[in-house]
Design a binder for this molecule. Structure first.
Ligand SMILES: *Cc1c(COP(=O)(O)O)cnc(C)c1O
Length: 390
C-alpha cells in the first residue's frame, strides 16, 4: 500500500490479502498450523528457504494483517504482535538485553512494567534506575557503562507528564542505548515516537487500538534488523507469547476506526478538562491540552492533541474522591482505559495501591486524585454524572 496515503486511509486499506472467496471484510484464520504441498515444501519452509506460514506461534495471516496495518500507522519498518502489552515489553527486554545490562526508566510507568523491571528482571541481574519523566539531565546522569535501554511512557499515567522524546533519543544515542517508548496513551494517530528518534515503540493493543475493551494484545515496532536479528522475534517464536488470530482480527478491525475514535476521545477529554477546571471542589486538573499543564508547549509540539485521559484532584482526600466514584451512574468504575465507554479510577487505592504512601506522595499521586479515561459518550452526560458527586 502506498505510503502517500493518509493515516485514516491506511488504517482501512493496509494488510488486506483476500482469499479465493474475495471476501470484503478481512478473513480470520483460526488455525494452529498450515499444510504443505509436499515433504520437500515442508523442509524448505522449516529451513527458511521458502516464505510461508508453518505454525501460528511463528506467523499467522490474520496476525500478519494486523502487524502490517499497525506498522504503516506508526511509520515503522516492522511490527511484531504479542499476546498483551506486557508480553510486548517482556519480548523487548528478553530479546535485547543480557544479564549484567542496565535500564534507565521513567519513574512514571505502568505498575506492571515497574514490577517487571524491579522484581523479575532483577532476578536475571538486569538492574533499572528510575528517574523523573520530565528531567532530561537525570536520564543523562543515570547512564552507566552497561546501560543498554531507556524506557518511557508519555503522557504518563496518571499525572499526564510529558517526556521530550527527541531530547531523550539524543541522550540515548550518546549513551549507546536504545530508546523504547510505550505509546499506549497517544496511539500513532496522536504521536509517532519513531519519527522523533525512538528506536522501538511498544503498544498495549488492549487499550485504544482495540478500543472497545474486548481482548488483550500488544505489539513491538521498529527497524527490521533490530526486531528480527536483535532477538525480539526469536524470543516470541520460541517462548510463545504470540498474539492469537482471533484477538488479531478484533484489533485489526479496531484500527479501522482508530482515527475517528482518537479525535473524539481527545475532543471530549479537552471539554471535560476545561469543565473540571471550573468546578469549585476540584483543586487541580492534569491534561496536556490545557494551558495550565506545565508542559503544554512540549505536548503541542509532540502530540497532535491532548489525548483521552484526564486526571483531577478533589478537595477532601480519599473520602471525597470515593464519593465522586460512588455517585456515578453512567461512568464505569474500572481501571481499564481506552474503551469507547468512559472509565473512572482512584489511583491511590487501585493502580498505585501497592506502592508505599511515601512513594505515592513523591510521585504526586494524592488521595484526592481521580483518573477518567474519557469515552465517546455525549460530554454533557459525563459532566452530569460527575457533577452528582462533586
Ligand atoms: C495496560 C498498559 C500496559 C500493559 O498492557 P496489557 O495489554 O494489559 O498487558 C502497558 N503500558 C501501559 C501504558 C498500559 O496502559
Amino acid at each position: 500500500m502506498s505510503d502517500q496515503l493518509r493515516p485514516e486511509t491506511l488504517a482501512l486499506h493496509t494488510g488486506i490479502h483476500r482469499s479465493q472467496f474475495n471476501e470484503h471484510s478481512e478473513a480470520m484464520y483460526l488455525t494452529s498450523s498450515f499444510v504443505f504441498d509436499s515433504a520437500a515444501q515442508a523442509a524448505a519452509r522449516f529451513a527458511g528457504n521458502e516464505a510461508g506460514n508453518i505454525y501460528s506461534r511463528f506467523t499467522n495471516p490474520t496476525v500478519t494483517a494486523f502487524e502490517e496495518r499497525l506498522a504503516v500507522l506508526e511509520n515503522a519498518e516492522t511490527c511484531i504482535a504479542t499476546s498483551s502489552g506486557m508480553s510486548a515489553i517482556l519480548a523487548c527486554v528478553m530479546g535485547l538485553l543480557s544479564a549484567g545490562d542496565h535500564i534507565v526508566a521513567s519513574r512514571s510507568l505502568f505498575g506492571a512494567t515497574v514490577n517487571l523491571f524491579n522484581n523479575i528482571l532483577k532476578k536475571f541481574n538486569i538492574e533499572t534506575t528510575f528517574v523523573s519523566a520530565t528531567d532530561a539531565s537525570a536520564w543523562e546522569n543515570a547512564v552507566r557503562p552497561n546501560t543498554k535501554l531507556f524506557f518511557l511512557e508519555t503522557p504518563s499515567n496518571p499525572l499526564t507528564e510529558i517526556s521530550d522524546i527527541a531530547e531523550l533519543a539524543r541522550i540515548a544515542k550518546k549513551a549507546n542505548s536504545w530508546l523504547v517508548v510505550d505509546n499506549c496513551f497517544c496511539t500513532p494517530i496522536l504521536q509517532k515516537p519513531l519519527e522523533l528518534g525512538a528506536d522501538i515503540v511498544i503498544h498495549s493493543a488492549t487499550k485504544y487500538l482495540d478500543g472497545q475493551g474486548r481482548v488483550l494484545g500488544g505489539a513491538v515496532l521498529g527497524q527490521r534488523d533490530l526486531l528480527m536479528d536483535g532477538g525480539i522475534y526469536g524470543f516470541l517464536r520460541t517462548a510463545g507469547p504470540t498474539l492469537s488470530a482471533f484477538n488479531a482480527w478484533v484489533i485489526l478491525k479496531g484500527l479501522e476506526t482508530l482515527t475517528v475514535r482518537m479525535e473524539t476521545h481527545a475532543r471530549n477529554a479537552l471539554q471535560m478538562a476545561q469543565w473540571l477546571e471550573s468546578q469549585s471542589n476540584v483543586t487541580r486538573v492534569f491534561y496536556p491540552g490545557l494551558m495550565s499543564h506545565p508542559q503544554h508547549d512540549l505536548a503541542k509540539r509532540q502530540q497532535r492533541s491532548g489525548g483521552g485521559i484526564v486526571t483531577f484532584e478533589v478537595k477532601g482526600g480519599k473520602d471525597a474522591a470515593w464519593h465522586v466514584i460512588d455517585s456515578t451512574r453512567l461512568i464505569s468504575i474500572t481501571a481499564n482505559l481506552g474503551d469507547a465507554k468512559s472509565t473512572l479510577t482512584h489511583p491511590a487505592t487501585t493502580t498505585h495501591a501497592r506502592i508505599s504512601q511515601e512513594a505515592r506522595d513523591a510521585a504526586g499521586i494524592s488521595d484526592g486524585l481521580l483518573r477518567i479515561a474519557v469515552g465517546l459518550e455525549a460530554v454533557q452526560d459525563l459532566q452530569d454524572d460527575l457533577a452528582r458527586g462533586l
